[in-house]
Design a protein around this ligand. Structure first.
Ligand SMILES: [Ca+2]
Ligand SMILES: [Ca+2]
Length: 647
């Protein structure tokens, strides 16, 4: 009896680990068994290894198999640096913009005594020059979408119809998203305020007093000061850019006691609390709270704009060239104005929250109902993410619109969540009694446990697995398929290779898209999409099936990090083989390596590609790193088919 097995592997994910880009120095690789080459009668019990493999010091994963020791007992001198710990002491590759502040680490052989390096880093990350527009690290705002790792301006008509919004020229738009999509293109402030009657008197007007640089805001409620509470560099940057026209924003965001303001001027006696993300084009785009009375001891906001330093910057240099004190990095506040001071952090200062991707987000973004960390770890333990902190008393609230857009977009696509009603359901089958018995190298799956796993049947034989992406799309390895759709069928919910269960479905193939740069000699770009045939008179490709669910496609190579736990599934060789000494990889080609994020969403992180003596510790399998191919997958399947984020 044949069984599907799953194998839990504790992957210490290394950035280069999953990449199926065989190194040029290993031209003989294709000789080594690609998994797809299986004999016909081979039974499909899935392969697996459940070793805990420490890959942290390794880069090759079989590519340089003579030197790799995957159990981590030795370290090759030419290995790449570990992603985390060593980086602070790695010589930084100098770049025009950020070399100076850290060159002191370059020439010093001993660990430098620079406290800030506990926070900033690693160097490889800093070299990537991430900003708030780097959507491999953060989500794009709703008026932008993620293409090729950058948040680019969305077409204004792609914004949903929400609360009426007025622009500075008095027109009415149907959402702030739309107004900001226009600003995004013109790079000039457009949004004015939320209201359906776009009267000029309702505009939000910001100025800075000649004396003392006190920030003033005029709304239809009158002229007020800005409260010192919540006032920070992110907001001061916005004021300095507009209306003060200082591109690099603020030098600092200070506060002054109301009582110490000069009596010569008649100052307003109320203030409004304003909270900005930092990327806004005017304070009107920030969250503005209702007025609060001012007492003598109330602090109010002061903005001192940035002055270019004389001489070289010896501190942190933002991607936009601004020079910042190190204490302003990794504190959750966008001091740079492009958020580059928060994108590569190993720890966060103060109350800021550290996302697993190394980004510090402000404390107020923690459990605010908007997923800020890629894996959603800032929004855990909420009731479906809708119930958030107590609603604040706000005058103008762009965050509620952002929250609404995000949650509606994110609810459109269902992926990465198995049908728990059906999961682990036992078919009436004697062999199920042996479930959970450990096999060599893995664990047996239950009949409907891996709901995105499919079998690729080629001329009646199953050689390969695949992952169901939803709609009419299946992802597999290029070496598993040929451009002959008629030869293939895709089998869903198949537990035993030769025997259907009640939920098993077999679907003909309409089209096969092999990556145009797939190289059958090297197995580079070993990835293919299989498009299923539609049902008669329908645009669906399969009947609703309680035991079939789609897995999500990762859009960023940063979504999973070292020490994340992932799962491989597939049919391996028969059990006898597994219990003996093993070639445990065979039979799993094309199958998914799936990682689950903090919020419980599962992503197809890798596709089983090839391996060399894959049962042995020094010779792990090689996987196609799916996140690299996000744009390619999206191009062929269409946006909504593959991602609920960054749409
Ligand atoms: Ca900061
Ligand atoms: Ca959040």
């Amino acid at each position: 009896y044949l069984k599907i097995s799953i194998f839990i592997i504790l992957f210490i994910l290394f950035p280069s680990y999953l990449e199926n880009q065989p190194a040029p120095e290993s031209p003989t690789e294709p000789e080594q068994n690609p998994h797809a080459v299986l004999e016909k009668e081979q039974d499909l019990v899935l392969e697996g290894r459940n070793k805990s493999v420490d890959l942290q010091n390794k880069t090759d994963l079989g590519l340089k198999n003579q030197t790799g020791d995957l159990l981590g007992e030795n370290t090759e001198p030419d290995l790449k640096p570990k992603p985390n710990s060593d980086s602070a002491h790695q010589p930084m590759k100098k770049t025009e913009e950020n070399a100076d502040s850290r060159t002191k680490t370059d020439s010093n052989p001993k660990p430098p005594k620079v406290l800030d390096e506990d926070f900033l880093g690693p160097a490889q990350c800093l070299n990537q020059k991430y900003t708030w527009l780097s959507c491999s690290k953060v989500f794009c705002p709703p008026w932008r979408r993620c293409i090729g790792g950058q948040c680019v301006c969305k077409m204004p008509y792609k914004c949903p119809r929400l609360k009426n919004t007025c622009t500075l020229d008095g027109s009415v738009y149907y959402s702030m998203c739309q107004a900001n999509a226009i600003s995004c293109r013109t790079k000039t402030p457009t949004f004015s305020h939320f209201s359906s009657s776009c009267k000029a008197g309702d505009k939000v007007h910001v100025s800075v007093s000649k004396s003392r640089n006190v920030v003033e805001i005029k709304t239809h409620l009158g002229k007020m000061l800005v409260c010192g509470k919540d006032w920070n560099m992110a907001a001061a940057n916005v004021v300095c850019r507009n209306p003060l026209n200082v591109d690099r924003g603020a030098e600092n965001a200070s506060k002054i006691k109301y009582i110490s303001l000069g009596k010569a001027t008649q100052w307003p006696n109320e203030c409004m609390r304003i909270r900005c993300m930092g990327s806004e084009l005017s304070l009107a785009e920030c969250t503005i709270h209702n007025p609060e009375p001012i007492t003598a001891n109330t602090e109010v906001a002061v903005a001192k704009c940035y002055k270019e330093p004389t001489g070289e910057c010896k501190k942190f240099i933002c991607m936009n060239g601004k020079c910042l004190g190190h204490e302003k990095t990794c504190n959750g506040v966008d001091d740079c104005g492009d958020n580059s001071d928060e994108m590569c952090c190993q720890k966060c200062r103060g109350q800021a929250f550290l996302c697993k991707s190394g980004v510090c987000i402000p404390q107020h973004a923690f459990k605010d109902g908007i997923r800020d960390c890629l894996g959603g770890e800032d929004e855990l333990n909420e009731n479906n993410g809708t119930k958030t902190k107590k609603m604040e008393d706000v005058f103008s609230d762009p965050m509620s619109e952002i929250r609404e857009i995000r949650s509606s977009a994110e609810s459109q696509l269902q992926c990465g969540v198995p049908n728990t009603e059906y999961v682990y359901k036992q078919e009436d089958d004697a062999t199920s009694r042996t479930r959970r018995k450990r096999l060599v190298g893995g664990e047996e799956a239950l009949p409907t446990q891996i709901q995105w796993q499919v079998a690729i049947q080629d001329e009646g034989t199953i050689h390969c697995g695949g992952a169901y992406l939803g709609g009419c799309w299946v992802l597999t390895a290029a070496h598993c398929v040929r451009p002959k759709p008629k030869s293939f069928r895709i089998k869903f919910s198949l537990w035993m290779k030769h025997r259907k269960q009640s939920t098993t479905d077999s679907i003909p193939v309409k089209n096969i898209i092999i990556h145009h740069e797939y190289n059958p000699q090297t197995y580079a770009n070993d990835i293919a999409l299989v498009q299923l045939e539609e049902l008669n008179l329908s645009d669906k490709c399969m009947q609703d099936n309680p035991a079939v669910r789609a897995v999500c496609v990762p859009w960023s190579t940063q979504q999973f990090q070292p020490n994340d736990t992932c799962t491989i599934s597939g049919w391996g060789r028969d059990r006898g083989d597994l219990e003996g000494k093993v070639d445990s990889c065979q039979g799993d080609s094309g199958g998914p390596l799936v990682c689950t994020d903090a919020s419980g969403l599962s992503y197809v992180w890798g596709i089983v590609s090839w391996g060399d003596k894959c049962g042995e510790p020094n010779h792990p399998g090689v996987y196609t790193k799916v996140a690299h191919y996000f744009d390619w997958i999206r191009f062929h399947t269409g946006w909504p088919a593959v991602t609920k984020f960054n749409q």
